[in-house]
Design a protein around this ligand. Structure first.
Ligand SMILES: C=C(O[C@@H]1C=C(C(=O)O)C=C[C@H]1O)C(=O)O
Length: 415
């Protein structure tokens, strides 16, 4: 299924903001507009968007290729004046894609106004007729008062049993790894202001990518792919600990190293054919966050020219489509793991664990994996957390791991 709003040629203009402009010095997250804002912020830099010039809604196994084609047609027809010429200037689309190939909707949204920051430079892009953007930081948004949490699709015990079934299947040799997730429903006494979530997540997890796209809001540590020109990078995470000595325990844990290796291998294999060189560190490092720590590997490479690939697109979104789903969120082998997820989780993941990020007209962009996030629908939120299951997994500690991952969003909702 594909639907798109009008395909009138877009008129796009990017200008750099003077340092005297208050928007050039305000924190990006303080400028995020109310409603259903668009945002992608990391270490104080990134993009935020107002309004909607046009959108694509797409689903199915070819959702990525359809979206790439739609975006290509849209920006090729656009009339662009770009005085800044950096990744993220000129026409930009924010996107959030489903984990699964089913009928649930994925979206690309082209805002009317984008404010971007990189290397201390701030720019403003107006797309179409634009709409007035705030000329100063918006007052802080209040957090929700009373929030109640209830189980989502599976109660705690049912989910532990699903993990036990997965472990049995793995030990029986049916597959090597599967990532099982669960959802949690939160109800606040009034609609939740997304700006509050964005600001608090960014404050608590500055090294993560804080995102807000069409009601999906979170702070993910996992960068599926960043493309800048011919440079490509994927920060693969898998293997988690959350107690004292997490770092030493992770580096010494054979089970976590195994989980991690599957994820790195899947990312490497997906993009190696498109690269002239692709490097993987010999040993993973440890990424320490406020709630959990992960084994992490940065896979970095150089893309082949498009001509040498017979015209195969290697824009950031095409690469995200090739990489998705890595074994960090699906499993090994991919097909069997995907089927086990559909059988055992008892829910539709929606856009959780799918690619979320942005794309420009050069094909540069950043796509994270939508983790540590919630679908926000007024006063009701759906939170997600999952864990990689291998032969050595124990249902009780996987449950505790999922709880530790939920903390990211729970904390900003509760406090
Ligand atoms: C699936 C999630 O996280 C993923 C699974 C991890 C693991 O199993 O150790 C670690 C990081 C992520 O790749 C999640 O946060 O929901």
């Amino acid at each position: 299924m594909t639907t798109a709003t009008s395909l009138e040629p877009l008129v796009v203009r990017t200008v750099e903001l003077k340092t005297s402009d208050p928007r050039a010095t305000a924190a990006l997250v303080d400028l995020v507009p109310p409603g259903r804002p668009l945002a992608w912020v990391h270490n104080g830099e990134g993009l935020i968007g107002w309004g909607e010039a046009t959108r694509l809604v797409v689903s199915g196994p070819d959702r990525f290729t359809k979206a790439v084609e739609w975006w290509r047609t849209l920006h090729l027809d656009a009339v662009v004046s770009d005085a800044v010429q950096l990744p993220g200037t000129g026409p930009v689309a924010f996107g959030s894609f489903t984990f699964a190939d089913g009928p649930t909707s994925s979206v690309l949204v082209v805002p009317q106004v984008v404010l971007g920051r990189r290397d201390g430079r701030t720019w403003l892009t107006v797309i179409g007729s634009g709409e007035p953007e705030p000329d100063r930081p918006v007052p802080a948004a209040a957090g929700p008062q009373n929030v109640e949490f209830t189980d989502g699709a599976l109660a705690a015990d049912e989910w532990r049993r699903a993990v036990a079934t997965a472990v049995e299947r793995i030990r029986a040799g049916q597959l090597s790894k599967v990532v099982l997730a669960r959802d949690l429903i939160a109800r606040a006494d009034a609609p939740v202001d997304v700006r509050h979530l964005v600001r608090r997540l960014n404050q608590r997890f500055p090294a993560c990518f804080t995102f807000s796209v069409d009601g999906l809001v979170g702070a993910t540590p996992e960068l599926l792919v960043r493309r800048e020109g011919d440079r490509v990078i994927s920060r693969v995470l898998a293997g988690t600990a959350w107690d004292a000595d997490a770092k030493a325990r992770l580096l010494a844990s054979a089970k976590d190293q195994e989980e991690h290796e599957y994820a790195v291998r899947s990312a490497f294999d997906a993009i190696a054919p498109y690269c002239t060189e692709l490097r993987v560190p010999q040993q993973p490092s440890v990424m320490e966050l406020a709630n959990v720590s992960h084994l992490a590997s940065e896979v970095t490479g150089t893309l082949r020219t498009r001509a040498s690939l017979n015209g195969t697109p290697t824009d950031a979104l095409s690469l995200a489509g090739l990489l998705h789903p890595t074994a960090a969120v699906c499993g090994t082998p991919t097909g069997r793991a995907g089927r086990a997820i559909a059988q055992l989780e008892g829910m539709d993941r929606g856009r959780y664990a799918g690619p979320v990020g942005w794309l420009d007209a050069r094909g540069d962009g950043e796509w994270g994996i939508a983790l540590r996030c919630a679908e926000v629908d007024g006063a009701r939120l759906r939170l997600f957390a999952g864990c990689g299951i291998v032969a050595g997994s124990d249902p009780e500690s996987e449950f505790a791991e999922a709880q530790a991952k939920f903390v990211a969003v729970r904390e900003v909702l509760e406090g």
